[in-house]
Each structure stands twice: as structure tokens, then as C-alpha cells.
Design a protein around this ligand. Structure first.
Ligand code: NAP
Length: 482
């Protein structure tokens, strides 16, 4: 395999055959490309689907022990290569190296935890109304699944999808983000080295509109698990709606953190700062709206602005508090939203500019806007950058109304010492993941993860104890012995 062979189809590494080149850039120093290579074309994507289809029956017939042995081995290999994988991740995605190390460790944990699905993806035996008939359910793999992933957790997200698909006996065509092909390739190399049979996992690296379109619309695809923007997710779901195959879409967020007057203000400010600016705001669960009761609004806002101003910004390899945006496009989007918020009448409290001395990378200062109203664009649209909107409310009911007044519904948090208010919040807020006195970001792999409204198709959450359900058909049997 040479450095420019990014396509892995039916057990062979090959060059892309499209006329388009993919160029990987370090977001901290984008003028100097890291690597360029030819992208896959539609025909290669089709070949990848065909290879996965051809391998499907044999892989589905493997025992759970055979499958989990491979997945445990992948976990070990990820850990053995932690330093190199983390450096690769930071180089193309930009996040601080300690965050990359944490993500790579999590990928290993995911493979290890999810390997257990191979033996635990159970059906039910159900009491039968007829004493002569045994009633039970069992699960079968879907067949060939397409995994389409974004750049912001470029090893963790593919890991939880891939491990779940493989553990449950599916074959896979994996289409990673065009921003992060290097870490995708390394992950596939490690899975290959663990001894997966040819054709079971295929990687196609190319543009969403050709390769992504082929791997999602090809008629041999039996299920799609997508994570990315709401626009792309909804487009994919619509383009295959007539086929009725399972489609899981985990998409954008506009996540609120609510602070009530009885909250621990320091803890709330810490959580808002970590949620808004950690990973440069490039988390689907990033805190983008700080909804504060008017009695503590000034105190909370000051505490958050102070913290934002104390954060270090710089190249990911220097392990700052905040790295660059991932790409020129995201960089432009961040600054556009600063202008939009100001034009709409929000007050810039801190940030909004390029940090001094960091002119060549995609850097922006941690940014906080005050006087934000719910109808403003900055309060409604996902920026996917380190831009926090502070919104003042008069009481709990208004806080919930404002929290719910967006199309998205991924995560939310409330800071309060009133557990009755906290419980009411968990019942009334329209999101999939809720924290009480915690950050909107972060999750545990043994807990389900996913959103509501425009954040998710709500087709079975990912991770947690039953994520395997999405990747399987459930069959229902009434067996009457002769
Ligand atoms: P994106 O632009 O929607 O891309 C996601 C993936 O879809 C990429 O692999 C992309 O390929 C591919 N794609 C694009 N057009 C396609 C098409 N027509 N058919 C099939 N595939 C297509 O999202 P992103 O910018 O990578 O990621 C950021 C977004 O992801 C944010 O909105 C964030 O909130 C969301 N996100 C959600 C979660 C969650 O769990 N809810 C987690 C992380 C991120 P190319 O790269 O080649 O365009």
C-alpha cells in the first residue's frame, strides 16, 4: 500500500479513480498541505457496496465468539498506536492533542464495550397464550450497512458505528468526512490487521455528493447510519424514503444551558465555558445558548466572559485550551456568524476576532454575545464554532420556552439546587440528552446517545445497552411443535 491508496475495497488498498484530488491540510497551518491523493469515484463506491454484499452471508454466519475476538483485538491495536493516532487526528482536524488522545482512548473503549453486543444482542421469550405454542423473538443482521460520518469526532464516531455493525454480523461500506481521511484510513488498517475477512469492511474516500450519494442510495444497501449536519441527514433520509430501509440520522444541535438563581454560579460558568469553547465549539452537543435567570444574569455572564478571556488558543499540537476551526469553510462561517449576530443587535461581550499572532491558521477568539433574543439568527442556527449567546429570562417557565424555541433537540443542561425544578426540566425540555448540573457536552458509552426534533431521526439511539437494535431485524416466532 502506498500513501495515496485511500480506498479499501474487497480487501485491497487502491488509488481513487476520480479526476478530483483530496488535499488534507493542518488547520493550524493550512498553507502547507499534509497530503494530496485522488478521490474515489462513483464506480469504486459501487464496487465497495458489491464487495460488502458478496461478503454478507458468510460474515452473518460467523459465531459471536469469532466476531468479538476481532473487535477486542481492534481495541488493543488502537491502544497500542495511541500516540501516532492522536497526532494524526490533531494534524488533520486540529483539536488539542490531549483531546485527540482522549478520543483515541475512547475509540478503544468503544470497540471493547461494543464487542459484547456480539453475544448479548438477544431476543425475548414471551409468555404464550397458547400452552402448545412457544413464542419468542430473535435478531438477524440487516445485511450491508452504509456508515457516513463527520469530521469532529473522526475516530470515535466511526468506531461506535463500525463496532456495532460488525458485532451484529453486518458488512460495511464506510464513507468518512473529506476533512479527516487520514484517521479513517488508519482505523480501517487496524481493523484489517485484526483479521477481518475481505469485503466485510470497505472504505471509500471521496466527495459526499458522488461517493456518499452512491453508498447511501445503492439498492444493495440495507441500512444507513449517518452522523453530520441536519441538511445532509435529511437529504439522505429523503433520498431513500421509498425503500423503507432503516436510516439513523444524528445531526446538528443548538444546545441550551439554563442557570436558575439557586445554582452554583461558579460551577455553571465552568460548564458553560467548557461546553461552548471546548473542541472549538465543534461538538454537536456544544453549549451555544446560555439561558440565565435575570437575578444572576450579570454575575454568570461576567464569570463566563472572564473564563473565555483566560483560555489559551493555538495549534493543537501545543495542547492549548482551544485549537483552530477545522477548515477554511468553518473559519468563514464562524466570522460570518459574528457579523450576523452584531447586525441583528446582539452585543459582543468578548472575542469575535482572530487571536493576535495566529494569522495563518483558522483561529478565532472564544466569543460571547449578550442581549441575544430568541428570534435572532444567532439563537436559532448551529454555528459549530466557539460562539456563545447569552439570553436573559424572567422565570423557569420562560427558560424552558426559550430552550425549546429552536428546531434542534440534541442536548440541554440545567444548573439549580432545586431538584423539583430539575425534574420538571427533564420532563419539559425537548432534547434527547439532559444533564442536571453538568455540561451539555460529554456522554458515557454505556448510556444511549441521540436527539429529538431536527437533531435526530430518533431511529434507536447510538451506544448504550441496546444500540444493536438499529443494526438488526427482529423476527417474531410462534412455534407449535407437532
Ligand atoms: P456534513 O457536511 O453533513 O457531512 C457529514 C458526512 O456526510 C460527510 O462524510 C460528508 O461527506 C457526507 N455527505 C455530504 N453530502 C452527502 C450526500 N449528498 N450523500 C451522502 N453523504 C454526504 O457534516 P460535517 O460538516 O462533516 O459535520 C458537522 C455536523 O455534524 C454538525 O452539524 C454537527 O452538529 C453534526 N454532528 C452531529 C452529531 C450527533 O451525534 N448528533 C455528532 C457529531 C456531529 P463530505 O465530507 O465528503 O462532504
Amino acid at each position: 500500500m502506498t500513501d495515496t491508496q485511500y480506498q479499501y475495497i474487497d480487501g485491497e488498498w487502491t488509488e481513487g479513480e476520480s479526476d478530483e484530488t483530496m488535499t488534507v491540510r493542518d488547520p493550524a497551518a493550512p498553507d502547507d498541505p499534509v497530503i494530496s491523493f485522488p478521490q474515489a469515484d462513483r464506480n469504486q463506491a459501487r464496487s465497495a457496496v458489491e464487495a460488502a454484499d458478496a461478503a454478507s452471508d458468510q460474515w452473518a454466519a460467523t459465531t459471536p465468539d469469532e466476531r468479538d475476538t476481532i473487535l477486542y483485538d481492534v481495541a488493543d491495536r488502537i491502544e497500542d498506536n495511541l500516540d501516532e493516532l492522536a497526532a494524526t487526528l490533531t494534524r488533520e482536524e486540529g483539536k488539542p492533542i490531549s483531546s485527540s488522545r482522549a478520543e483515541v482512548s475512547r475509540a478503544a473503549e468503544l470497540f471493547r464495550y461494543i464487542a459484547s453486543y456480539a453475544r448479548t444482542a438477544t431476543g425475548d421469550t414471551v409468555p404464550s397464550s397458547d400452552p402448545e405454542t412457544f413464542t419468542y423473538t430473535f435478531r438477524e443482521p440487516l445485511g450491508v450497512v452504509a456508515l457516513v460520518t463527520p469530521w469532529n469526532f473522526p475516530i470515535a464516531t466511526p468506531s461506535w458505528k463500525l463496532a456495532t455493525a460488525l458485532a451484529t454480523g453486518n458488512t460495511v461500506v464506510f464513507k468518512p468526512s473529506s476533512e479527516t481521511p487520514m484517521i479513517a484510513k488508519r482505523l480501517v488498517e487496524l481493523v484489517e490487521a485484526a483479521g477481518l475477512p475481505d469485503g466485510v469492511l470497505n472504505l471509500v474516500v471521496g466527495s459526499g455528493s458522488t461517493v456518499g450519494d452512491e453508498v447511501t442510495t445503492n439498492e444493495r444497501i440495507d441500512g444507513i447510519s449517518f452522523t453530520g449536519s441536519t441538511g445532509t441527514g435529511q437529504h439522505i433520509a429523503e433520498s431513500v424514503a421509498d425503500r423503507g430501509i432503516p436510516v439513523q440520522t444524528e445531526m446538528g444541535g443548538k444546545n441550551p444551558l439554563v442557570v436558575l438563581p439557586d445554582a452554583d454560579i461558579e460551577a455553571a460558568a465552568d460548564a458553560a465555558t467548557a461546553g461552548a469553547f471546548g473542541l472549538t465549539g465543534q461538538a454537536c452537543t456544544a453549549t451555544s445558548r446560555l439561558i440565565v435567570h435575570e437575578d444572576v444574569a450579570e454575575e454568570v455572564t461576567e464569570a463566563v466572559v472572564d473564563r473565555a478571556e483566560s483560555l489559551s488558543v493555538g495549534p493543537g499540537m501545543d495542547d492549548p485550551d482551544m485549537g483552530p476551526a477545522v477548515s477554511a469553510d468553518q473559519d468563514e462561517t464562524n466570522f460570518e456568524y459574528v457579523d450576523v449576530a452584531a447586525d441583528d443587535g446582539a452585543t459582543l461581550l468578548t472575542g469575535g476576532g482572530r487571536p493576535t499572532g495566529l494569522d495563518s491558521g483558522y483561529f478565532i477568539e472564544p466569543t460571547v454575545f449578550g442581549d441575544v433574543e430568541s428570534e435572532m439568527q444567532i439563537a436559532q442556527e448551529e454555528v459549530f464554532g466557539p460562539v456563545l449567546s447569552v439570553m436573559e429570562v424572567g422565570d423557569f417557565a420562560e427558560a424552558v420556552t426559550v430552550a425549546n424555541d429552536v428546531a434542534f433537540g440534541l442536548s440541554a443542561s440545567i444548573f439549580t439546587s432545586d431538584m423539583a425544578a430539575a425534574r420538571q426540566f427533564t420532563e419539559q425540555v425537548e432534547v434527547g440528552v439532559i444533564k442536571v448540573n453538568g455540561t451539555t457536552t460529554g456522554s458515557q458509552i454505556q448510556m444511549p446517545f441521540g436527539g429529538m426534533k431536527a437533531s435526530s431521526s430518533e431511529r434507536q439511539k447510538e451506544m448504550g445497552q441496546r444500540a444493536y437494535e438499529f443494526y438488526t431485524h427482529e423476527k417474531v416466532v410462534y412455534r407449535t411443535d407437532p
